[in-house]
Design a binder for this molecule. Structure first.
Ligand code: SAH
Ligand code: SF4
Length: 361
């Protein structure tokens, strides 16, 4: 796997890490607070504009860290207001981030945790790419910063992202430490300060990492279940061979739940495949009703895939049956499919753009 052969990004540092770094160079803790305010509260990323930070500290930072945020290499606006961004990093690699508008001026950013993904789910466009590399925490946070800057510059100064879902390219728990750092930076009040309930991490079910989730800030967890029978799940998600439903469900039981919390189970609905009566029955045996929410995701088709999306009436029937059995159940509306920004459709298809960016476009 490729490594970025450069300094670590400043945006990879949690507040405590920055304090430690400054302390080891004789600077005071309040300087870390000022730096975090410039970056995460005022969204001023150019350190030459940090008027209350001394030149000495600025020099120290630029000697030791890379202070640049990633670039928006391309953006596309869907008819429904969804915006897809191709975000370029310093080694020329790109990932997609998708901004999805919702009611009450909420804006969710769906961000990537890796370039590509190693898990290889058979229904997923990203899964066909394989893994190129992990993202550094500052590249995950950087997607948020770059999109925020784009929105403020191009749409209006009041623009803000309110929610985050780790549902773009990559398996966030495969990149555990960097993803964890990014979640700390997203939720820490001294940094971006998003409510923990507004941050959701989706995982394909890496059991050993699920067991370590108590190290994370208590954000929402969504599990990509997609099947209630091991045979079907293994066909869809090769990871089920290593961590089958039994092992997955018992690991999930160990996630410490706070009073208001539950686990979301994402269930992809594929026509005539996992949308049958026996699937409803198996799901209803498998999932505890009180602490589970089921989010049905009608399959998003893409050219190379042979799977089909069920009809609207079939989707509604499946939902109705689960609700009858006592589950809280939602159907994910498809956003941005006209610009291939919907779930599972994210794949870097714009290598040409990368080259343009590399030559400094
Ligand atoms: N790797 C993580 C997070 C990224 S994928 C995971 O798998 O959970 C985010 C969600 O999009 C997952 O639930 C995934 O199963 C779903 N998804 C992938 N391909 C899809 C497709 N073609 N149609 C609909 N949803 C898809
Ligand atoms: Fe990776 Fe998630 Fe796609 Fe599976 S669904 S290949 S885990 S990104």
């Amino acid at each position: 796997m490729e490594k970025i052969n450069e300094r670590r990004l400043l945006f990879s540092l949690t507040f405590d890490e920055l304090v430690k770094f400054l302390d080891s160079h004789g600077a005071k803790k309040f300087v870390a607070k000022q730096i975090f305010e410039w970056i995460y509260h005022k969204f001023v990323f150019d350190h030459t504009q940090w008027t209350n930070v001394s030149d000495k500290v600025k020099g120290l930072l630029s000697e030791n860290f890379d202070l640049t945020i990633p670039k928006v290499v391309w953006d596309g606006l869907s008819e429904d207001g969804t915006r897809k961004f191709l975000i370029g990093f310093r080694d020329g690699r790109t990932v997609e981030a998708v901004m999805i508008p919702a009611r009450n001026n909420r804006k969710t950013l769906c961000l990537s945790s890796q370039v590509g993904c190693a898990i290889g789910c058979t229904f997923c466009h990203t899964g066909t790419m394989g893994l190129t590399r992990h993202l550094e925490a500052g590249e995950i946070v950087g997607q948020f910063l770059s999109v925020t800057k784009f929105l403020k510059d191009k749409v209006g100064p009041e623009e803000r992202l309110s929610n985050i879902v780790y549902m773009g390219q990559g398996e966030p728990l495969h990149n555990f430490d960097e993803t964890k750092k990014s979640a700390i930076i997203f939720t820490d009040e001294k940094a971006l300060g998003l409510s923990q309930r507004r941050v959701t991490l989706s995982t394909s079910g890496l059991v050993p990492q699920i067991k370590k989730l108590e190290d994370f800030p208590p954000i929402n967890i969504a599990i990509s279940l997609h099947a209630a029978h091991n045979e079907i799940r293994t066909e869809l998600m090769p990871i089920n061979k290593a961590y089958d439903l039994d092992r997955l469900l018992s690991a999930i039981k160990e996630i410490p739940l706070k009073a208001h919390r539950y686990i979301t189970y994402e269930y992809l609905l594929i026509d005539k495949y996992n949308d049958r009566k026996e699937d409803v029955e198996a799901l209803s045996k498998l999932l505890p009703k009180k602490v589970s929410k089921i989010n049905l995701i009608p399959f998003n088709e893409y050219p190379e895939s042979s799977f089909k999306r069920p009809s609207v009436s079939r989707i509604n029937w499946f939902r109705y049956e689960l609700e009858k059995n006592g589950y809280t159940c939602t159907v994910r509306t498809t956003k941005g499919s006209d610009i291939l920004a919907a779930c599972g459709q994210l794949k870097s298809e714009m290598e040409k753009k990368i080259n343009l960016w590399e030559i400094g476009q």
